[in-house]
Each structure stands twice: as structure tokens, then as C-alpha cells.
Design a protein around this ligand. Structure first.
Ligand SMILES: NC(=O)c1ccc[n+]([C@@H]2O[C@H](COP(=O)([O-])OP(=O)(O)OC[C@H]3O[C@@H](n4cnc5c(N)ncnc54)[C@H](O)[C@@H]3O)[C@@H](O)[C@H]2O)c1
Length: 387
């Protein structure tokens, strides 16, 4: 089936570099797509790390300057897995070179950068995707199905949390591998761009556009040593962010994110309450989706049931999203499969002519909400999300 070689040039061999490389390696074992990823080049500014990475994941060559990938005739797809501050320049160059692009989230440092990236990919007409991989957790895809089938009814409340605890110690430095997340000029923002961007993307996918926000952010540790310079530097990111949101469908939203919730490692949850039902998801139990069905169909009519109650759906049946690609009912898949599912959808979209989402334009919409959240936190008032 897989008959068309797809030359991959991946930039950034950190956490996401591994997650994406695993997806390229496994794709054709699980999904019947025409494209066959060939790992041509891994690029990282750290040449030693790139060489080790190339050995482990069997990349054909290494590069230390991403510009070399743009002129390479054997590379069709540029995969951007570097810190946020480098996304725009690489993506614009890749679009101008006519490459397909997968870009890690958040799309950019801010909406202005994201606009430029959208213009570049749309002018070049190159396939593009932002890696909001949580859409491809089978349970979250099932939530989307349930909502689209009208089972939740009129939406009233959307409630999202994304909590971690790894920066509580003031001794955690900022800057460098993984810790670039604490450095504003590299990350753009703190939990808003890093964690809430995921929650916002999921929320708008499930419940439609966010129109207005009011936010409060906090930076608990004001100064941290820089891991590279060794100097104490001011911390410019938001350590925690809470915001209220209005959705275009009239429902209300609350979003909370922090890296100071002791005991919470990657606590990503959401709940949607509607007139006819509710859904609840928790990434710490990713194979389950909770669903409360209030109205039931009896003789073709919706009626209140005396058997209402929360049910915890084990999302492992072959009729559940993506699950027919893996094992038998009752057996689970994990975090890494979200990247496989995402890659399969991206390539299937190219093959069918119906592009997969979220593309850069969709990523821009999330970026606009992030910008509005940060602006609101600075101004202490409601901010309209830019159209
Ligand atoms: N989808 C998700 O759930 C998810 C999870 C984690 C990170 N991310 C995103 O992925 C991106 C990368 O994050 P990470 O956790 O993999 O970071 P990381 O620190 O683990 O790895 C980043 C790598 O990029 C390299 N690098 C930095 N600048 C470079 C440049 N100009 N050219 C080439 N290489 C460069 C670094 O040397 C490092 O090896 C970020 O945008 C982040 O927000 C997404």
C-alpha cells in the first residue's frame, strides 16, 4: 500500500523530536496510507545530540543548520520540533521552499507571527498542520463525535484545567533544553502558550469559537538562574493563568493552568455541560471518556430517563476513533499513538484532498485567544478575541 516515499527533515531532537520520529517509524505498520516516511535528515544545533539521535532513530544524515534542509531535493516534509521562538522563521522558509510542514504547538510566539506563517503557507499552497496532538486521543475524538451527534445539546459550561508542578522550586533554572519554557524570549509566554494553547484548541474544536476573555496571570518565582549564562535573570513568563471565556454559542468557559499544583504532573481535563448531557475527560486516564446522558430516545422521542447517570466509556472498541488500527477491544493505546494518529490523518488528508485539521489558520485562531488572554491579564479587563 505505502508506495510513495516521503522524505522527512525533522528539526529539533528533544522531547517532540522523539515523539514525532516514533510516529514516522511506526506509521506504515498501523495505517494504510500511500506515503512511506523516509527519515532523511535530523537537524539540531547540538551536533553531538543530533548524531546520537540519528543513530537511535536511523536518520540518514544530520545537519546543524536548518537552512540546509530547505534546498534538499530529497526532503518533502519539514517537521518543526524546536522551541517556539524559531517556529516562524523555519516555517516561512519551508513554505517558500515548497515543503509540506508539520509545526509543533503553539504555532508561534504571538498572533502577528502566526499571521505571517499562515500567509506563507497559503501563498505557497503547501500542506500544513499544527501539532495539537490531543485532538487525536481516541477519547477526545469520541467526545467530538458525541457533541457533533447532538447528544450534549445546548452547551452551558466548558471547564478546562491543565496543571503541572515541576517549577515550584526556585532552584529550577531557566533557559536551555526543556527549560527554555521558562524564558520569555524563547517561549513567548508561560503556561498560556505551553499548556493552555492545548486546552484552547481542544475547547474550540469541541465547543466552537471563543469570543471574549478576562484573565489573571501570576509569576510566583520572580528571578531564576539562567542555565546557560549562569546569571540570575528576571522571569518574564506567566507561571499560572486563569481565565473566563465566552463562546460564540453562548456558553461560558473557565480555564486554569499552572506549574505550581503540587502532585499534578500533566493533569489535562475538560468538562462540557449541556442541556441533554455532559462529557468529562482526564488525560491521566486517557482511555476513558465519561458521558452523562440525560435525555434518551424512546419510540423516536427524547425523554428524561429514570436511569440517568455517568458512564465511564472504555474507549478501546474497534468502532471508537482510531482503535480499529491497533489491538483488540479492552487493550489500550498511549500518548505516543496521538502522534501516529495525527500523522496518519495529515497524510490521508493530502491523499484525499481534504486537508487535516488543525492547519496553520486554525492554529492562528488559538494564538489569537492566547494573545487576548495575556492582554487581558495586563489590563485587568475583558478583551475581545481578534477576528
Ligand atoms: N504537542 C505537545 O504536546 C508538545 C509537548 C512538548 C513540546 N511541544 C512543543 O514542541 C516544541 C519543542 O519542544 P521540546 O519539548 O521537544 O523541546 P526540547 O528542549 O526537548 O528540544 C528542543 C530541541 O531543539 C533544539 N534546537 C533549539 N533551537 C534550534 C534551532 N534553531 N535549530 C535546530 N535545533 C534547535 C535543541 O537543541 C533541542 O534539542 C516546542 O514548540 C513545544 O512547545 C509540544
Amino acid at each position: 500500500m505505502a508506495s510513495k516515499a516521503l522524505g522527512v527533515g525533522l528539526i529539533g531532537c528533544g522531547f517532540m523530536g522523539r515523539a514525532h520520529s516514533n510516529a514516522y517509524r511506526r506509521l506504515n505498520n498501523f495505517f494504510p496510507v500511500v506515503h512511506r516516511p523516509v527519515l532523511r535528515a535530523i537537524c539540531d544545533i547540538n551536533t553531538k545530540k543530533a548524531q546520537q539521535f540519528a543513530d537511535v532513530w536511523s536518520y540518514e544524515r544530520t545537519e546543524s543548520d536548518w537552512r540546509k534542509l530547505m534546498d534538499a531535493g530529497d526532503i518533502d516534509l519539514i517537521d518543526i520540533c524546536v522551541p517556539n521562538c524559531a517556529h516562524k522563521e523555519i516555517a516561512v522558509a519551508a513554505a517558500q521552499a515548497g515543503k509540506m510542514i508539520i509545526c509543533e504547538k503553539p504555532l508561534a510566539m504571538n498572533a502577528a507571527e502566526a499571521e505571517e506563517m499562515v500567509r506563507a503557507v497559503e501563498a505557497a499552497k503547501v500542506p500544513n498542520l499544527v501539532s495539537f496532538n490531543y485532538r487525536r486521543v481516541p477519547s477526545i475524538s469520541l467526545a467530538k463525535q458525541i457533541i457533533d451527534e447532538g447528544r450534549v445539546g445546548r452547551a452551558f459550561h466548558y471547564r478546562a484545567t491543565y496543571l503541572q508542578d515541576w517549577t515550584i522550586s526556585a532552584d529550577v533554572p531557566q533557559g536551555g533544553d526543556a527549560l527554555w519554557r521558562l524564558e520569555a524570549k524563547v517561549a513567548g509566554s508561560g503556561v498560556t502558550g505551553d499548556l493552555l494553547a492545548h486546552s484552547i484548541d481542544t475547547a474550540m474544536w469541541l465547543n466552537g469559537p471563543i469570543t471574549r476573555v478576562v484573565a489573571k496571570t501570576e509569576t510566583f518565582v520572580k528571578e531564576r538562574r539562567h542555565a546557560i549564562t549562569g546569571k540570575m535573570e528576571q522571569v518574564g513568563i506567566d507561571d499560572a493563568c486563569m481565565f473566563l471565556a465566552e463562546f460564540a454559542n453562548g456558553s461560558m468557559g473557565t480555564f486554569e493552568s499552572t506549574r505550581y499544583a503540587r502532585g499534578r504532573k500533566n493533569f489535562n481535563t475538560f468538562e462540557l455541560n449541556g442541556a441533554d448531557g455532559s462529557i468529562y475527560f482526564d488525560l491521566e486516564e486517557p482511555e476513558y471518556l465519561q458521558y452523562f446522558e440525560y435525555m434518551q430516545l424512546q419510540s423516536g422521542k427524547k425523554v428524561e430517563s429514570h436511569l440517568t447517570g455517568w458512564r465511564k466509556i472504555h474507549v478501546t472498541n474497534s468502532e471508537h476513533p482510531y482503535m480499529n488500527r491497533y489491538w483488540v477491544p479492552g487493550t489500550c493505546v498511549g500518548y505516543e499513538h496521538t502522534f501516529l494518529n495525527q500523522l496518519a490523518d495529515f497524510l490521508a488528508g493530502i491523499e484525499s484532498g481534504t486537508p487535516a485539521q488543525p492547519d496553520f489558520r486554525s492554529g492562528l485562531r488559538t494564538q489569537k485567544v492566547c494573545d487576548a488572554v495575556l492582554k487581558s491579564a495586563r489590563s485587568d479587563g475583558w478583551i475581545e478575541v481578534a477576528k
